[in-house]
Design a protein. Structure first.
Length: 397
């Protein structure tokens, strides 16, 4: 049985408060060991999972696929977690699986053990596992869940890859421009001081910006970083700000369409997986909203959920939300009539995922020349502004 670390607190034989850590297979073993030492136990708590590389969505997808394979092969549940925790390349994931295995060993159900780790297993994940446990088809639903997670992570990876190049180029452009302003322009300023002539407007502007960065560069950088941090914190805590930001993203000329198709694809893929698992529609929609990653679609999903609770049909409620494309509405209507909503939603998700791939490919080829031109304009403007006085001096001579 794998051992995990527990933090404990209690009173020794003199009545003094003592604390410590112990490695054991379960909290009962820790309590028994402390009692043998004459310690009255007040609290035993599993140590928080930390250190090492963080657990990412891709790791959970890989674990789910491996777990589904073991369940399909008939491996007992506790033994499956033993195997997965020992074979995990990440210590943090190994400790997480050991913690879940320990909960299972004490009689906790699988979905309840997953719900104790909301940072890694969301409501959708736990609901699908619960449906699999209750219907006795856990291996099948784990396979569907693994496929859903793999496709979701694949889409995220494609979006990140498409944004990596422009982000890197923009960062390099910022660093090069800052280096020119801080180190190169002051040298030119000393040369221009000996000209005893009026400098061109662009040169004066660049020199003024350079002086500002040299004197207050760290303060400006700190203000920018602090403002970005405060904005992120405000977005995390303020739902109206999140909705407003997501509305702005959807309203962007080109990127807004990409965001919309990505959200619709995830929405359809998630609801399809829930339907296929036999989860009731109202309960499924409760999990689907948060899976979109967009506050506008999350709010629309809650509106749909309320209307369906009052007897409205799915396609009609989606049409009332006014955020879903016509093709998805038609496919949902056909699915309702034919009794195959999960299949139609799955096909719609595939269509929108393919459109997202096409848009990402097109944007990647479009962004490269645009960024190169912008980079040339920014750095070229600085260089030209610095050489203008020299050109004028040459004309005078």
């Amino acid at each position: 049985m794998p051992e995990i670390v527990f933090e404990w607190e209690g009173l020794d034989q003199q009545g003094r408060l003592v604390r410590g850590e112990a490695r054991a297979a379960g909290d009962l073993q820790v309590r028994a060991s402390l009692r043998r030492q004459g310690i009255t136990v007040n609290r035993v708590k599993q140590q928080a999972i930390r250190a090492g590389r963080p657990i990412r969505g891709k790791d959970i997808a890989i674990f789910t696929r491996q777990f589904a394979t073991l369940m399909g092969a008939g491996v007992p549940l506790l033994q499956a977690f033993d195997i997965l925790s020992r074979s995990s390349p990440k210590p943090a994931l190994s400790r997480l699986l050991s913690a879940i295995r320990n909960d299972l060993a004490t009689g906790t159900t699988l979905q309840a053990a997953f719900r104790k780790q909301p940072l890694y297993f969301d409501k959708l994940y736990c609901n699908l596992v619960a449906a699999g446990e209750s219907a006795g088809i856990l291996d099948q639903l784990l396979g569907r869940l693994a496929s859903y997670l793999e496709k979701t992570e694949a889409m995220k990876s494609k979006i990140k890859s498409a944004l990596m190049y422009p982000s890197t180029v923009l960062l390099v452009a910022f660093l090069v421009s800052a280096a020119l302003m801080v180190f190169v322009v002051p040298s030119f300023k000393q040369v221009f001081a000996s000209f005893d002539a009026e400098l061109p407007g662009p040169t004066l502007l660049v020199m003024a910006i350079s002086d500002l960065l040299v004197r207050y560069g760290w303060l400006i950088l700190g203000a920018l970083v602090g403002s970005a941090w405060l904005l992120l914190r405000a977005l995390q805590r303020s739902e109206p700000m999140q909705v407003r930001l997501d509305q702005l993203l959807l309203a962007l000329p080109i990127f807004g369409m990409l965001v919309q198709k990505s959200c619709v694809a995830r929405w359809a893929r998630t609801l399809s997986a829930m339907f296929a698992a036999g989860v009731p529609l109202v309960e499924a929609l409760d999990s689907v909203g948060g899976a979109c990653g967009n506050a506008v679609y999350a709010s629309a999903t809650q509106q749909i959920r309320r209307e369906i609770s009052t007897g409205q049909g799915l396609s009609a409620a989606m049409a009332n939300a006014k955020v879903f494309p016509a093709m998805l509405l038609q496919m949902c209507a056909i699915g309702e009539e034919s009794g195959a909503i999960d299949s139609m939603l799955g096909k719609a998700a595939e269509v929108y995922e393919a459109e997202v791939d096409d848009m990402l490919s097109g944007l990647a080829s479009l962004i490269e020349p645009v960024i190169i031109v912008l980079l040339g304009l920014v750095i070229g403007s600085i260089v030209v502004a610095m050489y203008l006085p020299i050109f004028k001096l040459g004309q005078v001579v």
